[in-house]
Design a binder for this molecule. Structure first.
Ligand SMILES: [Zn+2]
Length: 266
């Protein structure tokens, strides 16, 4: 599942390829993929002005006051092509541009979506998000306050997008390993220095992963169809032996795989 570094890599790819392009049409191949979230009719989607990210959401703004809000979910991919040739196997929607180039939305598992809003509208899914993991608002003071009195394991809270936006199973495993904190530790039992380490490692690991174009474990791809390389730098997720020599433990937490080293993490 794409997490913050993968989504940021997609955003970079989109910025390099589709800014300034005029949209001629948005074609939905599988119903339920694209939805217009306002009443009036669209007379044109306009020209793409700006592409940003918050958490795992991609926001594509156009000059007629629209926001295209894309979430890739499990297996969504945005693939840019100069021409509409060789459509991918699981094409769910496509955006056509004035110069005949296209952006494919390919999604095997079909959980991804493109929702179209007016810029003036409040976007509920984005309003419920906590601070972006790379923003200054995600600080150790903030996290310390949020975790106080919470009984849930720290891992579950870091996965909760209303606590911090952008993290998923892979990066939470890596962050907690580098911060030397056990994933199942109750949030309220964390020491102040542990919370500080979690935030500091988050701010270190995410830019490293972005530098390596994200992590490809199963099928995440950039807009040019290339895989990420950060899987080569993972230390705990999907591994069997820790660098300390200890066997890595794998358990299930809230239905998701958790990896940790019982020697390095306390
Ligand atoms: Zn270890």
């Amino acid at each position: 599942m794409p997490e913050l570094p993968e989504v940021q890599t997609v955003v970079k790819g989109l910025q390099a390829n589709i800014i300034g392009k005029k949209i001629t049409s948005i074609i939905e191949i599988r119903s339920g993929t694209v939805s217009q979230k306002f009443d009036s009719k669209i007379t044109g989607y306009g020209t793409i002005e700006k592409i940003t990210r918050i958490g795992k959401y991609i926001l594509i703004d156009t000059d007629v006051g629209l926001h295209l809000v894309v979430h890739l979910r499990m297996t969504g991919k945005l693939i840019f092509k100069q021409q509409d040739l060789h459509r991918p196997q699981h094409l769910r929607a496509l955006i056509e541009f004035y110069d005949n180039s296209v952006l494919y939305f390919d999604d095997t598992r079909t959980f991804g979506s493109i929702n179209i809003y007016r810029k003036t509208q409040k976007i509920p899914s984005i309003q419920m998000l906590g601070p972006d993991a790379l923003s200054n608002d995600f600080s150790s003071d903030y996290l310390w306050q949020v975790l106080e009195n919470r009984k849930a394991p720290i891992k579950n809270l870091l996965l909760d997008q209303s606590v911090v936006a952008g993290l998923g199973n892979i990066y939470v495993a890596e962050i907690l390993f580098r911060a030397q904190v056990l994933p199942q530790k109750k949030a309220r039992h964390l020491k102040h220095y542990e919370v500080k380490r979690i935030v500091a490692e988050t701010k270190k690991i995410l830019p490293e992963a972005i530098k390596h174009n994200g992590t490809t474990i199963s099928d995440y791809k950039n807009v040019d169809g290339k895989s990420g390389e950060f899987q080569n730098f993972l230390r705990i997720y999907g591994k069997q032996k820790c660098q300390c020599g200890e066997n890595i433990t794998k358990i299930k937490q809230a239905g998701r795989s958790t990896f940790y080293c019982s020697k390095c993490q306390k």
